[in-house]
Every structure is written in C-alpha cells, then in structure tokens.
Design a protein around this ligand. Structure first.
Ligand code: A3P
Length: 357
C-alpha cells in the first residue's frame, strides 16, 4: 500500500481528521492532540502503545523533548546497564509503534527484549499509558532537560539538516512531490525563532513537532520531580528522575546535571546507575568502569563510531544527532535580547514551581 494511502487509512481509523491540523509547518503533517503537535505518523503510535505495550517495573524509560541530549543519555544508560557493550542508538517507542495498522509487530520486538529494558520516547508523559507512569506500577522514568536556549539552537540546526531528510521521506506523493526534491526547510533563524517562541509559550496555537516545549518539560520532568519532592519519596526508590541543570531546586534525590564539558559525568552516571537499580560496585569503581563508560559515550567517541557515521534511525542519519555537543553554543547564534526574551518566557512559566534552568 502506498504510504499516503496507508496514512489515510489510519487517519480514518483513528479519526485523526477530527483533530486540529497544522498548516504552517509543511512538509510535516502535524495534528494537535492533548496540547501537543505531533507528526501524524507518530500520533498513530499513541493508541498502539496504549493498547498493546506492556511495561515492566524494571523498565527504564528515557524521556525528553528533542535536542535535549537524548542520544547521549541513551548511550550512557544502555552502556551502564550493559556495562562493557557498545551503545547502539535505541529505538523510540513511538517510532516502533507508529506503523500503519497499529503495533506492526513492535510489541513482539519489545516483549522479546530481556529485562531490564532501556526504552526511549519523545512523547510527553501525559500521552503515555497510565500503567507506565503510575508510580506504583510504572517503570523508572528519566527525563532529561537542557538549557532551552541551547536546545533551541540545536533544533534549528537539526531542522535545517536532519529534519530535511525526514521531511523528504514523509512527503506524500499526492501533494508534496516537489518537497521530495527540495532542500531543507528554508527557515531563517528569525522565522524559526518567532515560531519557536510562540510554541514555547505553551499557549496553544500552531507549533513545530512535539511542541509546546514548556508543557512537555513541565509535564515530563519538572512536575514529576516536584511531585516526588513534595511527597518526600525516598531517594532509594524513585520512579522519576531528572537530568537537568538545577539539582537543588529539582528536589531530593533528583539527578544532578550531566554535561559534556563539566567534571560531573562520572558522579552523574553513578547516580543514574543507582536510579536504574544497577549501582556500580566498589571494585568496578576502583577499576575505572564509570570513567570508561563516560569516555565511551563522550561526544567525540559517539560521533566517531562507524555506526553513527553511516547508520540511520528511520529517515534521519545518525550523524545528524551529533553537531557540537557543548554548553552555551546559543551565545554564538542569539543576541542577548533574544536570549533574555526566551529566558523570561521560561522563567514566567516556571514561576512558583521552585525549578529554574
Ligand atoms: P548540539 O546541536 O547543541 O550540538 P538529541 O540527542 O536529544 O537529539 O540532542 C542532540 C544534541 O545533543 C546535539 O546538540 C548533539 O550534538 C548533542 N550530543 C549528542 N551526543 C552527545 C554527547 N555524547 N555528549 C554531549 N552532547 C551530545
């Protein structure tokens, strides 16, 4: 079945046509569901995940808004759980389940994986089945946050590079023939900025895929950690962790920042291991296993792996997930006024939460 026909079929089945469509971000076909603007192809995964995916209490779910360091976290978590093995780029739940006709065998693939499984998602936590997020029965969720200004700049570069390939693959034969030949979306930084700022306000309105970012972040990470903090859950049995920029404000037991250029990664990976239930032994620490994992998963190491130079994750080339990998690159692309404006939006949205970036 042609991609467009299959998509129409699914759209009819799931009554997507009743959801508000986006008109501004072609060639992406986005619809708004539960606040979030999602690619129709990925939106199809949501009912499939709800109906067939069976989480295990031992599962570790790595959740994030795109461009916040997911690839790095995936590598660290997988390498930690599997110690000496090489970190592959793990499949996202929604990509596996977002196939025409629902589960498309994805559940069988996941069911065959031995525990503990490391899974990844960009889906906002509010769109995941309750059996995954409920504290008593769900899996451990690690939500990674990043300075929004750096994530913003990163997403702009990705839109110009990686997203173009995705756009070409998803382009529908019946209406986007020209798109398949075209270069990346012709956004200027200014155009991107105005769209991004609007979507980051979490006020609704149309926005790029996965937006609004603030709502994603607040639901996915900050709230989980704050709720956990308020209930004073013991650090030994957390169900939600956060890798972000503010350990203190994020609450008891929250994970401290993991940054490529800071001395933090070793202690952060130790916390991550504890959180995932596979703490490093004293012997392992003495043997330098933690440092080895940090080194294995460093930007340079991952970027230079053959699989990341030539492989692809669906339509997106692995290499498009490795750009600069530094903190503060926003200052090379944003004026101080733009940065202040974005900071203010974020600050306002988080007011009273006790969390800040
Ligand atoms: P930049 O574009 O700022 O370089 P995601 O994996 O969520 O898509 O995020 C991609 C961002 O993480 C990119 O940021 C990428 O370069 C950076 N990144 C990928 N691997 C990394 C690593 N091992 N260490 C530090 N940053 C990394």
């Amino acid at each position: 079945m042609a991609a467009s026909a299959a998509a129409d079929d699914i759209a009819d089945q799931l009554a997507f046509t009743s959801l508000p469509p986006d008109t501004q971000f072609r060639p992406f076909h986005l619809r708004q569901y539960g606040w979030f603007w999602l690619l129709e192809e990925l939106l199809m995964a949501v009912p499939a995940i709800h109906s067939v995916f069976m989480p295990r209490p031992s599962d570790v779910l790595l959740a994030s808004f795109p461009k916040c360091g997911t690839t790095w976290l995936k590598a660290l978590a997988f390498a930690t759980l599997n110690r000496a093995e090489h970190p592959p780029l793990l499949k996202y739940l929604e990509m596996a389940f977002g196939q025409p006709m629902g589960d498309s065998g994805a559940d069988g693939v996941f069911a065959a994986l031995p525990s503990p499984r490391v899974l990844a998602t960009h889906l906002p936590c509010s769109l995941l089945p309750r059996r995954m997020t409920a504290e008593e029965s769900g899996c451990r969720i690690v939500y990674i946050c990043r300075d929004p200004k750096d994530a913003f700049v990163s997403s702009w570069f990705f839109a110009k590079k990686g997203a173009a390939a995705i756009a070409r693959t998803l382009a529908r034969a019946d209406e986007d023939t020209d798109m398949q030949q075209q270069p990346p979306p012709p956004y200027t930084f200014e155009q991107w900025r105005s769209q991004e700022i609007r979507m980051r306000r979490a006020e609704g309105g149309q926005g790029p895929c996965w937006s609004p970012w603030l709502r994603h972040c607040i639901q996915g990470g900050v709230r989980a950690v704050l709720r956990w903090h308020m209930r004073q859950r013991p650090a030994v049995a957390p169900r939600a962790g956060l890798l972000g920029d503010e350990q203190e404000a994020a609450g008891e037991g929250a994970l401290p920042p993991v940054r490529g250029d800071a001395p933090g990664p070793v202690s952060n990976v130790k916390k991550l291991a504890e959180f995932m239930g596979c703490a490093f032994s004293a012997e392992e620490e003495a043997a330098g296993v933690v440092q080895a994992i940090v080194e294995l998963c460093s930007f340079r190491s991952l970027k230079n792996m053959e699989v990341n130079k030539s492989g692809s994750q669906g339509p997106a080339a692995h290499e498009s997930f490795f750009r600069k990998g530094v903190v503060g690159d926003w200052s090379n692309h944003m004026t101080p006024t733009m940065a202040e404006r974005l900071d203010k939006i974020v600050e306002d949205a988080l007011q009273g939460s006790g969390f800040s970036f």
